[in-house]
Design a protein around this ligand. Structure first.
Ligand code: HEM
Length: 179
């Protein structure tokens, strides 16, 4: 997992819960990195999972809800860091249907070792989209948060239904309807 995901996560934890919480979740975890991350480095996904688990235990917020809120913050990081990529879209359905064949392809050019999910388009119309998310990391709520912010970015609204196709969350169907 890319360092930017860790550095932005710990920044948000500090902002919302304070520096003591950052220290606490790092000390509670067993991290090869020692909890020291640079935005261009690459670290084990298991480190993120431990940080999330300990934050969840200390705050009583579920990992899914933590990932949802984190993704909403991460979207603004993407807006700032990759303005050109977002500017190539004028519609949220178009953008979300292009994660697999455009957006994450560009991401892979920047970070060849990125660990990305797949988003298969199974149905698409002007105002609706069905996507199948697959990833061993089961970060579907991170996806949901990015989708929410994608609609907000285009001043649009939608209902997004998330259905787990596998209980462990490694395969999820998103049914998106623009209002
Ligand atoms: C992961 C970039 C848009 C869904 C990531 C990662 C990067 C990235 C750098 C981390 C990879 C790693 O740590 O190895 C971008 C950029 C985008 C974009 C630059 C647009 C400008 C989106 C959108 C979605 C999405 C719109 C919507 C669903 C995800 C998910 C992950 C991810 C769910 C977590 C990894 C996983 O589930 O396996 N993306 N992304 N991304 N991205 Fe994107």
């Amino acid at each position: 997992m890319k360092g930017i995901v860790f550095t932005e996560f710990l920044d948000l934890v500090e902002e919302k819960f304070g520096l003591e919480m950052v220290d606490k979740i790092i000390n509670d975890s067993n991290l090869d990195s020692g909890g020291v991350y640079t935005s261009v480095g690459t670290y084990k996904f298991s480190e993120m999972l431990q940080l999330l688990q300990h934050l969840s235990e200390n705050t009583d917020i579920s990992i899914d809800n933590l990932l949802l809120v984190y993704a909403e913050h991460f979207f603004s990081v993407l807006e700032k860091s990759y303005p050109g990529l977002l500017a190539s879209y004028s519609d949220p359905i178009e953008m979300l249907s292009s994660i697999e064949n455009h957006i994450h392809i560009e991401v892979r050019k920047i970070y060849p070792d990125a660990e990305l999910p797949t988003f298969e388009v199974v149905e698409k119309s002007k105002n609706s989209l069905t996507l199948i998310y697959k990833s061993s990391r089961a970060m579907h709520h991170f996806g949901l948060g990015l989708m929410n912010k994608t609609f907000e970015h285009f001043n649009a609204k939608a209902t997004i239904l998330l259905e787990k196709l596998k209980e462990d969350g490694t395969e999820v169907r998103f049914t998106i309807n623009k209002k």
